[in-house]
Design a protein around this ligand. Structure first.
Ligand SMILES: [Zn+2]
Length: 212
C-alpha cells in the first residue's frame, strides 16, 4: 500500500522491484511450484497455455460482503466499475467473486485439491497451473449475481450472464473459457478478462499477447 492520495483509490504495490528485475524471480518461483506440484512443463506446452505475470500495481475494485477486497489493475478496475453501473441501469446486479490472485495462492489452491486425492490432470481442467492464471494479471474476474451459486455452470442461465454476453465487450471484458475452448479448461461462464476497451489499440494488442 503506497499511494492513498487519490480520492477513492488505494494503490497496492504487489511484489518488489521493477518488472525487469521481478521476472526472473517470478519464473524461478513458478517453476519451483510446478515441480513441487507434479505439473509437467510438457503438459502445459501441449495445451498452449501462456504464462501470466503477476500484476505489480493493484487497486481495490470492489469489497465483498465478507469484507474481502477484490483487487484489479487500475484500468480493469475502472472498466469494471463502469460495467457494473451499466448493468445496474439495466436492472442487473453483478459482483466479483474473485479478482487478482498471486502465483503463490494459485499453487496453494492446486495443493489443496491434490490433498483431496484428485489427479493433477483433472485439477488442471478447472484450475490454471501457478504462473498461468489470468487472475495473476489483475485483469480477470470471476463474477456472480444474487441467487446464483458462485462458480457453477448454471450461471449461464441467469439474466446477468445474458447481459454480460451482450454488453461486457463494450467495457473490454471477454469470456475467456467458452465451451470447447482451446486451452483445455472446462467451460467457465463466470470468468471474464479485461482486454482494454478499444479493439485494435496498442494496449489491446499487448493484452492479447499476455492473455490469449
Ligand atoms: Zn477465474
Amino acid at each position: 500500500m503506497v499511494r492513498t492520495g487519490h480520492q477513492r483509490r488505494t494503490i497496492y504495490n504487489h511484489g518488489a522491484g521493477p518488472p525487469h528485475t521481478k521476472t526472473l524471480g517470478v519464473l524461478i518461483g513458478m517453476n519451483a511450484h510446478l515441480a513441487t506440484l507434479g505439473i509437467s512443463v510438457e503438459s502445459i506446452a501441449a495445451r498452449g497455455l501462456r504464462e501470466c505475470g503477476e500484476a505489480t500495481e493493484l487497486e481495490c475494485a470492489e469489497i465483498g460482503p465478507d469484507g474481502r477486497e477484490h483487487l484489479l489493475v487500475p484500468a480493469a478496475a475502472e472498466a469494471w466499475r463502469r460495467l457494473r453501473s451499466a448493468a445496474i441501469s439495466d436492472g442487473i446486479t453483478l459482483f466479483i467473486v474473485s479478482g487478482f490472485r498471486s502465483i503463490d495462492r494459485q499453487a496453494e489452491i492446486v495443493r489443496l485439491k491434490l490433498d483431496t486425492g484428485t489427479a493433477v490432470e483433472d485439477i488442471l481442467t478447472v484450475c490454471a497451473p501457478p504462473g498461468f492464471s489470468e487472475h495473476h494479471t489483475g485483469r480477470a474476474v470471476d463474477l456472480s449475481t444474487p441467487g446464483s451459486q458462485a462458480l457453477e455452470v448454471e450461471f449461464d442461465q441467469t439474466t446477468a450472464y445474458a447481459w454480460l454476453k451482450r454488453r461486457a465487450e463494450e467495457f473490454g471484458y471477454r469470456l475467456s473459457y467458452p465451451i470447447g475452448n482451446p486451452s483445455g479448461y472446462q467451460y467457465e461462464p463466470w470468468h471474464w478478462c479485461f482486454h482494454d476497451a478499444q479493439p485494435g489499440s496498442a494496449a489491446d494488442a499487448r493484452g492479447a499477447q499476455r492473455h490469449a
